[in-house]
Design a protein around this ligand. Structure first.
Ligand code: UDP
Length: 250
């Protein structure tokens, strides 16, 4: 004690969220490449995830598989659609393992949890077990999408976010929010600060596929669209700083 005044520790800013879902497309792991995994890019993503983990936020992660294989492309080349979709789901498992490896190299404990059981590789999905991992501070990486063909990892992210009682879905993209047209093609494109699920669906805006938007709407899950290209962007956005769009009830 000094001068009769008790020194109090400076209050730590409380994160705005307790538990979130982060959805990253497979393409976000390609870096400058046209295909596959770019280790420095995977490492940067792991750094971003660690930064929000350090804030004390419980993190669910869903990573797509489009950098390796997409079911629709396989089907377009004559492959049976469901087989092609299973290949896409397997691609998400590879991405999940790559991100797990990058996170654990930074001392962030993780579990890869697959919708399709493959016990030698990762855990099967058991909801209560996944919740326990989150409570213990482990990052849960949900792989193999929903486990069903004809779905996407956006829908998987929304489904798992609902099951895990996440407060919001953070969708990392190449641009800093939702625009009324592609800002890379139209310099006059207008960015929304907020937009309703119904407007996203009615205007066919490319946020997530329609099934994922409808599921988020029906479960009242806000979707926060932000850019993965801003350094420390995710840590800012989870604290309400920076540029992003919130998709929420109208
Ligand atoms: N997929 C699927 N069911 C799911 C999730 C994914 O069949 O529940 C397949 C589908 O073929 C998809 C591929 O996995 O094209 C990769 O997922 P997605 O396209 O969502 O990846 P992203 O675009 O996010 O990289």
């Amino acid at each position: 004690m000094t001068d009769g005044v008790a020194k109090m520790a400076a209050p730590r800013a409380r994160p705005a969220y307790r538990r979130i879902m982060l959805k990253i497309s497979g393409e976000a792991l390609m870096g400058p490449q046209q295909y596959g995994l770019h280790p420095p890019t995977v490492d940067r993503l792991a750094e971003d995830v660690k930064a929000i983990h350090d804030l004390g936020i419980e993190i669910c992660l869903v990573i797509g598989g489009g950098n390796i294989f997409r079911g629709l492309q396989g089907a377009a080349q004559g492959m049976e659609r469901t087989t092609a979709d299973y290949m896409g789901m397997l691609a998400t498992v590879m991405n999940a393992l790559a991100v797990q490896s990058a996170l654990e190299a930074k001392d962030v404990f993780t579990r890869v949890i697959s919708a399709i059981p493959m016990d030698q590789v990762c855990e099967p999905y058991i909801r209560r077990r996944a919740v326990r991992h989150l409570e213990k501070g482990r990052v849960c990486i949900f792989a193999a999408g929903t486990g069903n063909p004809y779905f996407t990892t956006d829908t998987a992210a929304t489904l798992r976010a609902s099951e895990m009682s996440c407060e919001a879905i953070f969708k990392g993209t190449q641009v800093d929010g939702v625009y009324d047209s592609d800002p890379k093609l139209n310099p006059d494109a207008r960015r929304y600060e907020r937009i309703s699920y119904d407007d996203v669906l009615a205007r066919n805006l490319k946020v997530m596929d329609a099934a994922a938007i409808a599921l988020a709407r029906d479960n009242g899950l806000p979707i926060i669209v932000f850019s993965l290209n801003e350094p420390n962007g995710l840590a800012g956005v989870v604290q309400g700083k920076g540029r992003f769009t919130v998709v929420e009830p109208g």
